[in-house]
Write a protein that binds this ligand. Structure first.
Ligand SMILES: Cc1ncc(COP(=O)(O)O)c(C=O)c1O
Length: 354
C-alpha cells in the first residue's frame, strides 16, 4: 500500500477548456487537458506522472500493436449541484480491469495507484466535468504491452494510462438492434468476459454489416447455437416480460456490466422480480408477438439505459412498445441519474467524491 502516490505533475501552459462547448461535443472526440501515466517493468509499477494530453512515442515493434495484449475500462464522473465531482463505482471498474488483466497475462493494477492517479487527474481537470443535463466526463483507463519484441509471449513491460473526455449521450435515438445469427462476439473459454481490445475489433465487421442495413447495433447470441441472447454492442441487455425483468445470466462470454449490476439492484429493491438466466431468442420474439414484452433496453456506461425500439431477426422486423410508455426503463434511468449526479442521496455508496 502506497500512502501517497508520488505523481510527477506537468500542467498544460494554457487550458483548452475555453474552446469547448459541452453542448456540442461529439462522443469520444474531445479530451481534457491532462492524462495520467504509469509504467510497469521488472515486476512493479513505477514512474507515475500526469502530463498534458498528447501523443505517445512508441516502437513499431511494440507487442500490443501486433498481438493485441491490451485492455481498457470505461467509467464516468458527474458534477453534483453543489459542484462536487462524483465518480460512479470506480472500484468495480478496477476489479474488472484486474479480471481482464489476469485473462490477458497482464499485471494487475493496485487500488491505490488507480484511485490516486484518477483522483489527482480529476482534481486537475475538474472544470472539464460537465454539469449540464445528460452530460458527464467519460473516463478511459487502459493498459497495453510495450515490449519492443516480435514474438508471441506475454510482454515484460506495460503502460497504464487514464485520459478523460466530456460527453453527451452515446445514442441520440431509441435503438434498432439486429439479432446476430451467424457471427459471434465470444465463445465459451474465450475472452468475452474480459474487456480486451481484440473483442471489439472482432465485432466490427458484423456490426458494420448490420449498420449498413439500418441498425445501430447487434444483439449477440451464443456462439454454439445462436439460440440464447448474450449482450448488445457495449451494453448488457434487459427485457421486461409481464412483470419480470429478465437478463442473460453472466457466463464467461458476457461482460459483467456495472450498469447491469446497478439496474438489477435497483429493480430488486423496488420489489421487481429479476431473473438472471439463459434467455432464448424464441421466448423474446414470442413475447413481442403476444404483446407481453413491455420493455427492452441496453445498459452500459456509455449509453446508460438505451431503450430498444426495433428488433430485426432474419428477415423480420419487430417494433417494440412505444418508448414514452415504458415505465421501468424510464424509472431506472431517472434513479441512476439522481444517484450519479448527487441530486439524491446514495444509499449504496456507489459514488466516490474527489
Ligand atoms: C461488451 C460490453 N458489454 C457490456 C458493457 C457494459 O458494462 P458497463 O455497464 O460496466 O459499462 C460494456 C461496456 O463496458 C461492454 O463493452
Amino acid at each position: 500500500m502506497i500512502e501517497t502516490l508520488p505523481i510527477d505533475i506537468t500542467k498544460v501552459a494554457k487550458s483548452n477548456l475555453e474552446n469547448i462547448d459541452f453542448e456540442k461535443v461529439v462522443f469520444g472526440k474531445t479530451f481534457t487537458d491532462h492524462m495520467f501515466i504509469a509504467e510497469y517493468s521488472e515486476g512493479r509499477w513505477h514512474d507515475f506522472k500526469i502530463v498534458p494530453y498528447g501523443n505517445l512515442s512508441i516502437s513499431p515493434a511494440m507487442s500490443s500493436l501486433h498481438y493485441g495484449q491490451a485492455l481498457f475500462e470505461g467509467l464516468k464522473a458527474y458534477k453534483s449541484p453543489s459542484g462536487e465531482v462524483l465518480i460512479f463505482r470506480p472500484i468495480d471498474n478496477l476489479n474488472r480491469l484486474n479480471l481482464s488483466a489476469r485473462r490477458m497475462c497482464m499485471p494487475e493494477l493496485p487500488e491505490d495507484i488507480f484511485m490516486q492517479g484518477l483522483s489527482t487527474l480529476l482534481d486537475l481537470d475538474k472544470d472539464w466535468v460537465p454539469n449540464t443535463e445528460g452530460s458527464s466526463l467519460y473516463i478511459r483507463p487502459f493498459m497495453f504491452a510495450t515490449d519492443e519484441y516480435v514474438g508471441i509471449r506475454p510482454s515484460d513491460t506495460y503502460k497504464f494510462i487514464i485520459f478523460c473526455s466530456p460527453v453527451k449521450s452515446y445514442y441520440t435515438e431509441p435503438l434498432r438492434v439486429k439479432i446476430e445469427t451467424f457471427y459471434s462476439r465470444a465463445f465459451e473459454g474465450g475472452t468475452g468476459n474480459a474487456k480486451c481490445a481484440g473483442n471489439y475489433a472482432g465485432a466490427l465487421f458484423p456490426a458494420k454489416q448490420s449498420q449498413d442495413k439500418g441498425f445501430h447495433q447487434l444483439l449477440w447470441t451464443d456462439a454454439r447455437e445462436h439460440k440464447y441472447f448474450e449482450e448488445s454492442g457495449t451494453m448488457n441487455v434487459f427485457f421486461q416480460i409481464g412483470n419480470k425483468l429478465i437478463t442473460p445470466e453472466l457466463t464467461n462470454t458476457i461482460l459483467d456490466g456495472i450498469t447491469r449490476r446497478s439496474v438489477i439492484q435497483l429493480a430488486k429493491e423496488w420489489g421487481i422480480e429479476v431473473e438472471q438466466r439463459k434467455v432464448t431468442v424464441a421466448e423474446v420474439i414470442e413475447a413481442i408477438k403476444n404483446n407481453t414484452l413491455i420493455d427492452a433496453f441496453g445498459a452500459g456506461t456509455a449509453a446508460t439505459i438505451a431503450p430498444i425500439a426495433v428488433v430485426g431477426h432474419n428477415d423480420d422486423i419487430y417494433t417494440l412498445p412505444e418508448i414514452s410508455q415504458r415505465e421501468l426503463s424510464i424509472k431506472i434511468l431517472k434513479r441512476l441519474n439522481e444517484i450519479r449526479t448527487g441530486v439524491s442521496s446514495d444509499p449504496y455508496n456507489w459514488t466516490v467524491k474527489i
